[in-house]
Design a protein around this ligand. Structure first.
Ligand code: GLA
Length: 658
C-alpha cells in the first residue's frame, strides 16, 4: 500500500494549497521563484478547479493544468493533485437542481459559494466520477504527481428526497426489518411507529424534539454517504495509479465525519488545523489534534492545511504573532506530522478568502508572512532527514468516539451546557500539562499496550466497548473515566440502572440516583477542588474507595470521585488544576513518566524517534535543563545540559552520545 513515506521520501513536505487559476500566468513564474526560495517542495493543485476544467457539461480544459504540472515538475515541486469535486460549477445546479442540497426545512442550498452538492445524488456522483476518471487518466504518468487529494473537507449535509431514498437503503441494511427499526428507534414513543419504509424520512424540521435515534442514525448515515463519495473517487484514481497514496483532508474533531472509519480507508491521513492565535491554550489544542490525527493514521500524518497568519471565519480574526506559526508547525512535526502545509500559498485578492492569510501574504516577498515561511522551510529541510517517518511513542490513550459524541449531542438531554469537545479538550489538557505523551483510541480498540486509559465522557458505549474497558482493568490497566459515561446502548436506549451495570461494578458505584448538571459559570465544592459542568448523585459500593466527596449543596457528603482497584470514576469536571493533579496521580500510579521532568510551565517536551523537541509556548526567556550533550538540529550548535529558549522558541535535540 502506498503511504506518506512514498511522497515525503525522507523529507518533511512543505507547501500548501495553490490556486493559480486565480492569477494570470505571469504570476506563476514568480510563484515558482518564491516557492524555491522558501523551500516549498509540495503544492496542492486543483481543489476548486471544477469550473475551470469543465466549464460546461462534458468539456475538458486541461491545458492550464498541464502547464502547471510541468512547471512544478521542472522545479522539483511535487503535486498533491485534488479531484475538484468539492465545488460543482454553477451549470450543475442550474441544469440539475436535484444535485443541490436541501436544508432541514426543505430550503435549497444554492450555488454561489462552495460545496453545494448532495452526497446521495446519482447525478452529482456521475459527473464527479467522470471527471475523476479523466483527471486520473491524464496525470497518472505525470512525474510531478505525489499524492491524490480527494475532494476537500467533506462536510455537506442534505435532507432532500434523494437523500431520503438513500437513507432508507442504509437503514434497511442496518436493521433488516421494519420491526427491528421500530424497536431500535423506540417508535412506541409519541406515536412514531413506521408502517412502511417509504414513510421514513431524514430528520427534517419538526414541531418539537425529533426522535433521537433517528437523528443518531442520520448522522451515521451522512458520514457513510459522504464516505461512499470518497471511496468511489479513491477507487478510480487507485486503479490508474496504484503506487500513489490517496487522502482526503479532515476537519479535526468535527462531528460530521467518523474519522476513525474514514482513516481506515485512506493511504495518508491528513487534516486541517486552525487553532485560534488568541487562545491561551491554542498550543494544547494543536497538540491534541496532532495526537488525534497521528492515532487515526497509526503513524506519520499530513498537516494539509493551517494558516500562516489570520483566518477570516472567526468573529475577530487575529494574525499569528511573529514566531507562533513556526512554533505550532514544529509542534505538529514533533507529534508526528511529516507534512506541514497551508491554506494557501498566495493570499487571494478576490473572493471570500481575500482576508485569509497565505504563506505569501498581500505584503509580498518582503512581508513578515513570507519571511517566516522562508525560515520555516529552511528549518524543515534541515530536520527532515532525521525526523521523517519516525514514530512518537505514548503510554496513555484517550478514548474518543463519534457515536458517543453524536448520541450525546441530542435535544432533551439533562444539560445543553455539556460540550463534548470541550470535555475531551480539558482531559487532554490535563495530560498535556503533566507532560504525558498521549494517543487517542476508539473505545473498542486493543488497549493492552497502554499503561493508562482516559475516558473523558462517552455517553453511548456498545457492549464490546464496555467489555473492552472491563477487560483492560482486569488485565492490570489503569482507567480513569469522566462523568455521564456508559449511559446508553448503541440504539441510544438508556442502560438499566441509568449506567451500564458492568461499569458500575468496575468503578464501585452501587446506585446512580440522579444526574445534577451545573449551571453556567458555577462550580460545586468537593474535597480539595471545585467541580464544573456536571455532578452526580452516586451511592458507593461497600468496597469502593471514595477519593473525594461533594462538600456542598444537595450532594454534600456523597462521592464525587470513586475508585475500585485500577478504575477511577470522576462524576464532575474538576477545574483545570485539580484535573491536572488527578490525572497526574493516575498516570504516575500506572508507571508513566513525563517526557522530561522539571520543565518550566510554558515548555512542552516531545520525543519523536531519537529526537527531543522542546517547544516554548511563552514569550519570556526560559532555561531548560536537559542533562547531556545534544546537537540542536535547527541551529547546528551543540548544547550541553541547558537550553535557553526565547519567545516561542524551539529546539530539536539529538544526543551527541555515541
Ligand atoms: C478550509 C478549506 C480551505 C479554506 C480554509 C480557510 O480548511 O479546506 O479551502 O477555506 O478552510 O481556513
Amino acid at each position: 500500500m502506498p503511504s506518506l513515506r512514498d511522497a515525503a521520501r525522507g523529507r518533511i513536505l512543505f507547501g500548501g494549497d495553490y490556486n493559480p487559476e486565480q492569477w494570470p500566468e505571469e504570476v506563476w513564474e514568480d510563484d515558482v521563484r518564491l516557492m524555491k526560495e522558501a523551500g516549498v517542495n509540495s503544492v496542492t493543485l486543483g481543489v476548486f478547479s471544477w469550473a475551470k476544467i469543465e466549464p460546461r457539461p462534458g468539456a475538458r480544459e486541461f491545458g492550464w493544468l498541464d502547464r502547471l504540472m510541468d512547471l512544478m515538475h521542472a522545479h522539483g515541486i511535487g503535486v498533491v493533485l485534488a479531484t475538484p469535486t468539492t465545488s460543482p460549477p454553477p451549470w450543475m445546479g442550474a441544469r440539475h437542481p436535484e444535485t443541490l442540497p436541501r436544508a432541514e426545512d426543505g430550503s435549497i442550498v444554492w450555488y454561489g459559494s462552495r460545496q453545494q452538492f448532495c452526497a446521495s445524488s446519482p447525478v452529482y456522483r456521475r459527473y464527479a466520477a467522470a471527471l475523476t476518471e479523466d483527471l486520473a487518466a491524464r496525470y497518472a504518468e505525470h512525474p510531478a504527481l505525489t499524492v491524490w487529494h480527494i475532494n476537500n473537507e467533506y462536510c455537506t449535509h442534505c435532507w432532500c428526497d434523494e437523500t431520503a431514498v438513500h437513507f432508507r437503503r442504509w437503514l434497511c441494511a442496518r436493521y433488516g426489518t421494519l420491526d427491528a427499526l421500530n424497536e431500535a428507534w423506540g417508535t412506541a414513543f409519541w406515536s412514531q411507529h413506521y408502517d412502511s419504509w417509504s414513510e421514513i424520512l431524514p430528520p427534517r424540521k419538526a414541531q418539537y424534539m425529533k426522535n433521537p435515534t433517528q437523528v443518531l442514525d442520520f448522522k451515521r448515515f451522512t458520514s457513510d454517504a459522504l464516505m461512499e463519495c470518497f471511496t468511489a473517487e479513491r477507487d478510480i484514481v487507485a486503479r490508474h495509479t496504484p503506487h500513489i497514496p490517496v487522502t482526503t483532508n479532515f476537519m479535526p474533531l468535527w462531528s460530521g465525519q467518523d474519522a476513525w472509519a474514514w482513516a481506515a480507508e485512506e493511504d495518508i491521513v491528513s487534516v486541517d488545523i486552525y487553532p485560534d492565535p488568541r487562545d491561551p491554550w491554542g498550543g494544547q489544542y494543536n497538540a491534541m489534534l496532532a495526537d488525534m490525527t497521528r492515532s487515526q493514521a497509526a503513524g506519520p500524518w499530513m498537516l494539509m492545511e493551517q494558516a500562516a497568519g489570520a483566518v477570516n471565519w472567526r468573529g475577530v480574526n487575529h494574525p499569528k504573532p511573529e514566531g507562533l506559526n513556526r512554533l505550532w508547525s514544529l509542534q505538529s512535526v514533533a507529534r508526528g506530522a511529516d507534512a506541514v502545509c497551508y491554506f494557501q500559498w498566495r493570499q487571494s485578492r478576490q473572493g471570500s478568502e481575500k482576508f485569509h492569510s497565505g504563506m505569501l501574504g498581500h505584503a509580498g516577498e518582503h512581508g513578515r508572512a513570507f519571511r517566516e515561511t522562508r525560515r520555516l522551510g529552511a528549518e524543515l529541510a534541515a530536520i527532515g532527514p532525521a525526523v521523517a517517518g519516525t514514530a512518537v511513542a505514548a503510554d496513555v490513550a484517550v478514548l474518543h468516539d463519534w457515536d458517543a459524541w453524536w448520541a450525546g449531542a441530542q435535544e432533551g438531554s439533562p444539560s445543553t451546557l455539556l460540550d463534548y469537545t470541550e470535555v475531551v479538550r480539558r482531559w487532554h489538557r490535563a495530560l498535556w500539562e503533566n507532560g504525558t505523551a498521549t494517543e487517542f483510541a476508539r473505545p473498542d480498540a486493543g488497549l493492552s499496550r497502554f499503561k493508562a486509559v482516559v475516558v473523558p465522557h462517552l455517553y453511548l458505549l456498545g457492549d464490546a466497548a464496555i467489555d473492552n474497558l472491563v477487560a483492560y482493568v482486569r488485565g492490570g490497566g489503569r482507567l480513569v473515566c469522566g462523568f455521564f459515561t456508559g449511559i446508553a446502548d448503541v440504539d441510544d436506549r438508556i442502560r438499566p440502572g441509568g449506567m451500564d451495570v458492568r461499569l458500575r461494578e468496575l468503578f464501585g458505584i452501587r446506585t446512580l440516583h440522579e444526574w445534577w448538571p451545573l449551571e453556567a459559570d458555577t462550580a460545586v465544592q468537593c474535597d480539595g477542588f471545585r467541580g464544573t459542568v456536571w455532578s452526580e448523585e452516586l451511592e458507593a459500593a461497600e468496597d469502593a474507595e471514595v477519593v473525594a466527596a461533594y462538600r456542598e449543596g444537595e450532594l454534600a457528603g456523597l462521592p464525587a470521585v470513586l475508585r475500585r482497584g485500577g478504575a477511577t470514576y470522576v462524576s464532575t469536571l474538576p477545574e483545570p488544576p485539580a484535573l491536572r493533579a488527578l490525572v497526574g496521580d493516575v498516570v504516575r500510579a500506572a508507571g508513566v513518566r513525563p517526557v522530561l521532568s522539571g520543565l518550566p510551565e510554558s515548555v512542552e517536551a516531545v520525543r519523536r524517534g531519537e529526537l527531543l523537541f522542546l517547544l516554548h509556548h511563552g514569550r519570556e526567556m526560559v532555561t531548560v535543563t536537559v542533562p547531556g550533550a545534544y546537537e540542536d538540529l535547527l541551529t547546528g550548535r551543540v548544547v550541553t545540559d541547558r537550553v535557553a529558549l526565547g519567545r516561542y522558541g524551539v529546539a530539536v535535540l539529538r544526543s551527541t552520545a555515541p
